[in-house]
Design a protein around this ligand. Structure first.
Ligand code: AMP
Length: 429
């Protein structure tokens, strides 16, 4: 027997009914982001591996173990994009956008790939949308980006999410904190989990993320990163908080929030839905002042966030905020007898060209069988073309909802339909 080929682990198909929800989600996101002044950028699904090594950081989980990396036919190392910021920054530099305007606002939406252990809310191919505001240094930019995520979720009906905020400082203050972290934790290294013992020298900030109770207990012995912020970073962070206070947006300070990517500096944040379980972050982001330079561009600051679309859809579903969407045709045209198929075909074509969503019945089947298909499809109207009626240049229009029907002159049909339903698409010119 031939083995059944299934979708690879951690991936899934979006079937037509579900795709309606995705289309709605994607167009809503696009509308909101465009209205906030962000232009859409579509970067390739794969990039040179080096971009992510340099951009995300060699010692991060993503680069160390989660990337889909392979050599192409020219023996170049290629990686399926695990996130969207590094590609956007690459494109920003490549297209010299820094020379076009002092601040560039871009958004992306599409699939990302990470070889993680699949579980609820975590896939190997998943979708993110994200925004990047490149060139803005002021705390206003951080606050604006956080508010954009917050307002977008609000517009979708999600009003009880939590914003978690922290500052990871600049390279200097982070180094002071790392040194304190390493020296305190080395003294209690045997209380740490094996992974954290390895992280201690390579990337001690990652210990803050560790869920193991003994690591958390050890980390709590070190003063929070806020105590190590230099005056500039401290001032910047307080500026962000003051702006959020000003517009009465609530947040929680999370001194242990460092995020998994190396490029962050100063502000980092996550927006959390506690009902999601272990994978409860809807979005994460922050400031990345050194990234453009690290990728070979000028020293330009940046701030942004990325939001998971799967987790957003699950949240909307949990809270009953997904719209009712239907993939049903508006009309079924039913020819009674094969000889009327061409007439029905012509009518269906003309209605489709006017933008109606029309299905055509099978003239070799009985009226009963065709009506059954029309009912099953969820069509609002049927147009029945029978032999006798057609002889008299008439057709029957049936409203499926209440079963009422009337016979009208074929010449009046378009007018009758237009009085009952509106076309979905554009008129065919
Ligand atoms: P990150 O790029 O890791 O900061 O993640 C940003 C957001 O993307 C998260 O808050 C999630 O909503 C989503 N996300 C990240 N990784 C995955 C994954 N493996 N599966 C599904 N969603 C993910």
């Amino acid at each position: 027997m031939i083995n059944l080929i299934t979708a690879p682990r951690g991936t899934y198909d979006i079937m037509p009914d579900r795709a309606l929800v995705w289309q709605w989600m994607e167009s809503t996101i696009r509308q909101v982001l465009l209205s906030y002044g962000y232009g859409e950028i579509r970067t390739p699904i794969f990039e040179h591996t080096e971009l992510f090594q340099r951009g995300i950081g060699e010692t991060t989980d993503i680069v160390e173990k989660e990337m889909y990396t392979f050599a192409d036919q020219g023996k170049r190392s290629i990686t399926l994009r695990p996130e969207g910021t590094a590609p956007v920054v690459r494109a920003y530099i490549e297209h010299k956008l820094y020379g076009v305007a002092p601040v560039t606002k871009l958004f992306y939406l599409g699939p990302m790939f990470r070889q993680e252990r699949p579980q609820a809310g975590r896939f190997r191919q998943f979708h993110q949308f994200g925004v990047e505001m490149i060139g803005a240094e002021s705390p206003v930019a951080d606050a604006e980006v956080i508010l954009l995520a917050h307002d977008l979720y609000h517009q979708l009906g999600l009003t009880d999410l939590e914003i978690h905020l922290n500052s990871v400082g600049c390279a200097q203050c982070r180094q002071a904190y790392k040194t304190a972290l390493t020296s305190t934790l080395k003294a209690v290294a045997d209380e740490l989990c094996t992974t954290c013992r390895l992280r201690l020298d390579r990337n001690p900030l990652r210990l803050l993320d560790c869920k193991s109770p003994s690591c958390q207990a050890a980390v709590s012995k070190v003063p929070p990163i806020q105590d190590y912020l230099c005056p500039d970073c401290d001032h910047h962070f307080k500026g962000v908080l003051a702006l959020l206070d000003q517009v009465k947006v609530k947040y929680k300070l999370s001194p242990k929030l460092v995020r998994g990517l190396d490029y962050y500096s100063r502000t980092v944040f996550e927006i959390i839905n506690h009902d999601l379980g272990a994978q409860n972050a809807l979005c994460g982001g922050g400031r990345y002042d050194g990234l453009v330079e690290a990728c070979g561009g000028p020293a330009v600051p940046g701030v942004g966030f990325a939001s998971g679309i799967e987790r957003l859809l699950t949240t909307l579903e949990q809270k009953g905020k997904l719209p009712e969407l239907s993939g049903a045709p508006q009309l079924f045209v039913l020819p009674l007898g094969e000889q009327l198929t061409a007439v029905a075909f012509e009518l269906a074509t003309s209605l489709r060209r006017q933008g109606f969503f029309v299905e055509l019945g099978n003239g070799t089947k009985s009226l009963k069988a065709q009506l059954k298909s029309a009912h099953k499809s969820g069509a609002a109207l049927t147009v029945i073309i029978g032999e006798d009626e057609w002889q008299a240049q008439q057709v029957t229009v049936k409203i499926m909802g209440d079963g009422s029907q009337k016979r009208i002159a074929a010449a009046e049909l378009q007018k009758e339909i237009a009085s009952l339903i509106s076309p979905l698409g554009k008129k065919y010119q």
